[in-house]
Design a protein around this ligand. Structure first.
Ligand code: UDP
Length: 239
């Protein structure tokens, strides 16, 4: 059996990644496909935690643009991430992957509250832990949540799954043919060149805590496994 390069990972799944081609809501087939890939790496003995986004249902910024109070709109976004987390838990458990959802905002009837030590214990016992509700604070993102949780649980890497983009480019490859793909970057390069991999809060948290990041295309089957086995795909950001 091949040795995984990473033993404990945070997989960041944006809400968009769960919506398939619809761009909105949850696409059950897409979700099942992702769950199958997670199962494959779970079999390798990798400790997997997942941070889910909510942009497929609601984004705080959209609410603000519609005239809502930003914090209120952000709480709606946090709830959206919890809906995604419950959906993901369901498909994972349906294929026999033991899973726990932990929410940053207490919701006792639905899921466990986030407790770092407990999350680590679940991981050690081979359960996939889904971190829902973002950081629990408005004005933050689930990218920042991924950096924060990765630092807290001392994950080896953040796997940043992207929809249809296979790494970080100098410019938008869909609009500019001359855009070049980077194989390796530092967090500082990402921030100073405004490369939009994550928001700057998330990038600086990853930089300050030395958390490597691999950006890769989720839409190619088997890519989560490839990244975890250390194949050179996507863009690695570290240092
Ligand atoms: N959100 C928040 N605080 C957090 C994480 C998320 O307020 O710590 C809200 C915010 O409104 C955001 C929404 O939840 O727009 C969905 O999260 P995000 O945009 O990060 O999801 P993604 O783009 O990954 O689907």
């Amino acid at each position: 059996m091949m040795e995984p390069k990473y033993k404990r990972v945070v997989l960041k799944l944006s809400g968009e990644a769960l919506s398939g081609n619809n761009g909105f809501g949850i696409d059950p087939e897409t979700m099942k496909g992702i769950a199958k890939e997670i199962k494959e790496v779970h079999r390798l003995g990798v400790q997997i935690s997942i941070v889910v986004g909510g942009g497929n249902i609601w984004r705080g910024k959209t609410g603000e643009e519609m005239g809502m109070e930003r914090a209120q709109a952000d709480y709606m976004g946090m709830l959206a991430t919890i809906m995604n987390a419950l959906g993901l838990q369901d498909v994972l458990e349906n294929i026999g992957v033991p899973t726990r959802v932990q929410t940053s905002v207490e919701m006792r009837q639905i899921a466990e509250p986030y407790i770092r030590r407990r999350a680590e214990r679940h991981l050690e016992k081979g359960r996939v832990v889904i971190f829902a509700g973002g950081t629990g604070n408005p004005y933050f993102s689930t990218d920042t949540t991924a950096s924060l949780r990765a630092a807290e649980i001392e994950a080896d890497v953040i796997l940043m799954a992207k929809n249809g983009v296979d790494g970080v480019y100098s410019d938008d490859p869909r609009k500019n043919d001359a855009a070049v793909k980077y194989d390796k970057l530092s967090h500082l390069e990402v921030i100073s060149n405004n490369l939009q991999v994550m928001d700057t809060t998330a990038s600086s948290l990853s930089m300050d805590n030395n958390i490597p990041l691999v950006v890769f295309n989720l839409n190619e089957e088997g890519n989560i496994r490839r990244v975890i086995l250390g194949e050179d795909i996507g863009t690695t950001i570290e240092g």
